[in-house]
Design a protein around this ligand. Structure first.
Ligand SMILES: N[C@@H](CCC(=O)N[C@@H](CS)C(=O)NCC(=O)O)C(=O)O
Length: 202
């Protein structure tokens, strides 16, 4: 398995799930400032030319949520996804999709002091609805599915965490506490160390 990666990118989230699952893989470092054979290869396999990108044999997977869902399903014994017939599967899907479809675009626009002229047609609605959705959807205790930590926590919790770090989300105490629980996971710490080091003042 090949994982196209940079420590200052969303590929930190997919590196985190690779570490949660303890999957041996080849990490391919991408530096967007230089045209390397690896960057050219990335642009060939992912039309967006973006990170993260995962290659598993002949299969190319792009988008953070898709990669996390793919890996969790590929290794079912690790229980990072609820069983396919479980009632929890619907909740699991909601959290996987709401992050990139709804929360991220709303926070990104709001951080640029922009808003869509018609919140009814914008898929992410508007920032106030998204902030209350985050508050309601954030688990009060443990994880999204209760005691079972899943890929949905990696995707949803990972987005809340990076949004707080980059200042696009002012976290409530409930969100802060959930993100703090996430940050205690050894695989989270392992995956985020290189990124944390880059943020440190020299
Ligand atoms: N929706 C994508 C976003 C991916 C994305 O924007 N990646 C950034 C790094 S965090 C990137 O590769 N930017 C380089 C570029 O657009 O040229 C996902 O969830 O994977």
């Amino acid at each position: 398995m090949k994982h196209y990666y940079n420590p200052m990118s969303r590929a930190v989230t997919t590196d985190w799930i690779l570490k949660e699952l303890d999957i041996k893989h080849e990490q391919i470092g991408i530096d967007f400032t230089t045209t390397t054979p690896e960057l050219l290869q990335l642009k060939k396999i992912n039309p967006m030319g973006k990170l993260p990108t995962l290659v598993d044999g002949e299969t190319v997977v792009t988008e953070v949520a898709a990669i996390c869902a793919y890996l969790a399903d590929k290794y079912p014994e690790q229980k990072l996804a609820p069983d396919i017939n479980s009632v929890n599967r619907a909740t699991y899907y909601r959290y996987l999709f709401v992050a990139g479809n709804t929360i991220e675009p709303a926070l990104t626009l709001a951080a640029s002091q922009m808003e869509h002229p018609n919140s009814a047609t914008a898929g992410w609605g508007d920032i106030s609805r998204v902030i209350s959705t985050i508050e309601i959807m954030t688990p009060e205790a443990r994880w999204i599915l209760g005691e079972q930590f899943t890929a949905a926590d990696v995707v949803f919790g990972g987005l809340l965490d990076s949004s707080i770090t980059f200042g696009t989300l002012k976290a409530s105490s409930k969100v802060t506490a959930y993100v703090a629980r996430i940050k205690q996971r050894p695989a989270y710490r392992d995956a985020h160390q290189a990124f944390i080091d880059l943020l440190k003042p020299i």
